[in-house]
Design a protein around this ligand. Sequence first.
Ligand code: SF4
Ligand code: SF4
Ligand code: SF4
Length: 253
Amino acid sequence: MNKPSVAVYKLSSCAGCQLEIVNLEPILFDLLGAVDIHYFVMAKRDNKPGPYDIGLVEGAVTCGEEIARLKQARKECRILVAFGTCACFGGIPSIKNWKPQRVVESIVYEDLSAIHSTTAYGIDNYVPVEAYLKGCPVSKDELVEFIKSILLGVRPYLRPHSVCVECKLHENVCLAVTKGEPCMGPVTTAGCGALCPSHQKPCEGCRGPANDPNPESLAETFKEYGLHKRDIVLKFRKFAGMNPEFAKGADAV
Ligand code: SF4
Ligand code: SF4
Ligand code: SF4
């Protein structure tokens, strides 16, 4: 059987999601036995040109050059995957979208002559996408599950429920109910194993919205907990503010 070929692309991102592939150390050799990684600049010197079976695209699209690279990736790959929250929703790069571009750029760069930044979007703003692996960074378990699904030819299991469900399965004491902590778990899609609440930290919403969330109600609850309006807005805009569901939470206050 031919092994599926894989390409890993990078747009505007911190490279943390790609690093999670390298961090699959205990099963890395099994993985390399099951798929052929043809293009992965972070990990390989000898990269092969497309076409590829699977393309993992990390990062938000934040300039015209990246739109062109993304469209080329779409042509090269049979299955294109938004790999990580930046690629799914705009992620951390989309924080800049709420101020005028030139204002943000002048905070970072002295010379703006070479800067041609655009509004940061997830990749499906420009090309069709077959699958979304969410998280900042992606969950290693979900990545392995996804690869197994592709190899078996079955649809990957995409968790529709919220982080709260995983939090309860871990038998955590609820930080919101017992301490009034502003936890995004009720509206955030599961898959991380409720990582943050399991370490007594409220969820920050890094995996974007769960199916059928109620962000307006959560924003109201945050107000009751005494959070300032501005902090509520920032919570909903931290990772997926461009997503219509999280935008409802930010607009509700
Ligand atoms: S989703 Fe998070 S970890 Fe992944 S590239 Fe974006 S900022 Fe980095
Ligand atoms: S701590 Fe957060 S994720 Fe856990 S049950 Fe409470 S609200 Fe949900
Ligand atoms: S608990 Fe929330 S912020 Fe933490 S990893 Fe999971 S989705 Fe991300």
